[in-house]
Design a protein around this ligand. Sequence first.
Ligand SMILES: [Zn+2]
Length: 318
Amino acid sequence: MIILIVIFIIFICWEIYETIYFRSEKFLTIKRRIESYVNNCNELNSHIESLKNTYLGINQLDYGQARYHDESRWNYKRPELKKQKYEPNIYNCSRTICDNARKQPFKYICKYFNIKATEESLSQFENVLNNFESAEQGKFLLKSEKENILNSIKNDIPTLIRVFGKKKLEKKLGFQSIDFSTTYFPRYTFKYVSSGGNASMQCDVVMDIENLNRFVNYLSETVKFKKSVAGQRSLMTSALRQKIMQRDNYTCKICGASTYVEPNLLLEIDHIVPVSKGGLTSEDNLRTLCWRCNRKKGAKIEYPYSSQNISPVENNNT
Ligand SMILES: [Zn+2]
């Protein structure tokens, strides 16, 4: 009992100490000093969140709506049927399909989730891969940048606050929390439920970075490319991203920012002529941009060609 009272008193004292500290002029001065860095982190954080929302424009057919009544008298015996879900990313199927989907997931995803092996869907998945990979890298760079900022004010913050109130300290300094979960990766589910509702089997295919890379390769082998494109096109995979960054010496081609100066800078790969305007995923149409420049560019609807662009858009009047 006494121990409990002591713990309670310590807790109350700690709360009071924290409250007084976070209101003190000393803390507010530190907060103001690093404000612009914190804002920069938060901006990157919301950029990462927007990358995660990259639209997968497939499987958007409107199949209509129907009414359904289950009037059977033996409902109570069907636990698996009760759990049955009907969502666009779930395909309720026979046991055989579920089993086959486990062995050849990509083939069955294409067939039952209506993903056609076309250049358009390939480009979409490449775009998703490119953005998700930036998001995944961004999360860890952001974490590291946040640690750097916290480290720089380490000596000005009381040890007790730093050690026992780290989460609250970050919040009070204005840092948004970073979402490290990977639940945003698209998931395709094949689900079999027996007609009696007592047995079920499920096959989940999560399109994480590794599977997206493999899926892009899979699609590219099935796509029949137009003659003008065949042979000129590369695949936007993790390997190509890495190659382009290396070629550009890890430097943004617009503002010149580089990871040599800013080790935690998030670099992204950009299509100089956008895919939507007929730009190819080829090495000469790709360049490295820092996330800030890429974000600014993405915000523009019309992209003006500049002199540094690749040859196909230059005119021959000269
Ligand atoms: Zn830049």
